[in-house]
Design a binder for this molecule. Structure first.
Ligand code: ADP
Ligand code: ADP
Length: 234
């Protein structure tokens, strides 16, 4: 069952005198439970593709379907609701609130929805254990390493159980050991929580944690690797 489908996506930035074709007729399907990597050099169109798949931006032509529903041109309240209920985002920057403890940062999206305290606590305990944060809940973000802060940001995203998780260069500010650890947590989230993940990176090591990798260059998909068995470097 395809959770996400892109049909003939083309994106042209700018107007008349300065047109930039960032993406040309890109089509792809993502299955429920996949851990998909989108890899390519700087300027290839990775962020553009991720932005189109995740309703952050709209294509010049083509469409994006989620669970068979056309989500290409959702607007206003419908768009905000759709994103809030279905999508999660992890970026290179964490945007944690320094005045709040780790536990408060993580439950923030649920607290906004005024969930009962016992449900909040249950969700927090679960996500903290999945991301290896159980011992860190009473610290402040400034007391943590960057790797730990990235996991806190991820926990805050995951606590609402999005259908689809989008990650744009999530290890961009991590050293290689924290990056490896973080990517292993993403694999756990993918395997154990059956979370569908789409991750953009220019880095082969980071991409090697994905189950399937699409390579893009000059705004087009030019090859695909499907990984069998354990992670391998290439
Ligand atoms: P990547 O994420 O692979 O580095 P991007 O999707 O950011 O690539 O960019 C693809 C191409 O489109 C690049 O040439 C980039 O300079 C251009 N581009 C991206 N965003 C814009 C924009 N808002 N306006 C004009 N050109 C853009
Ligand atoms: P990334 O590292 O994720 O590829 P970039 O540094 O390429 O991000 O781009 C950062 C932001 O600037 C993006 O939102 C992108 O759309 C925009 N951008 C990239 N290239 C251009 C450009 N030539 N003109 C205007 N905006 C651009």
């Amino acid at each position: 069952m395809h959770i996400l489908e892109a049909q003939q996506l083309t994106k042209i930035y700018g107007h008349h005198l300065s047109l930039k074709k960032a993406l040309t007729n890109v089509s792809l399907s993502v299955e429920q439970g996949e851990f998909l990597g989108i890899m390519g050099p700087s300027g290839a169109g990775k962020s553009t593709l991720l932005n189109l798949l995740s309703t952050i931006d709209t294509p010049t032509s083509g469409r994006v379907m989620m669970d068979g529903r056309d989500i290409t041109h959702l607007k206003g309240h419908a768009l905000a609701e759709f994103r809030r209920r279905q999508l999660g985002f992890i970026f290179q920057d964490f945007n944690l609130l320094d005045a709040l403890k780790v536990r408060e940062n993580i439950v923030l999206p649920l607290a906004v929805n005024r969930l009962p305290v016992d449900q909040l606590q249950g969700a927090l305990t679960h996500v903290a254990s999945v991301l290896g944060l159980s011992e860190l809940l009473d610290y402040y973000p400034s007391e943590l390493s960057v790797g730990q802060r990235q996991r806190v940001a991820s926990a805050r995203t995951l606590i609402v159980k999005p259908q689809l998780l989008f990650a744009d260069e999530p290890t961009g500010s991590l050293d290689s050991q924290s990056a490896t650890e973080f990517l292993q947590y993403l694999q756990t989230i993918n395997g154990q929580e059956k979370m569908t993940i789409i991750m953009v990176t220019h880095d082969a090591f980071t991409a090697s944690f994905c189950k399937r990798i699409l390579f893009i260059k000059d705004g087009q998909i030019f090859s695909e690797i499907i990984r069998q068995g354990d992670r391998q470097e290439f």
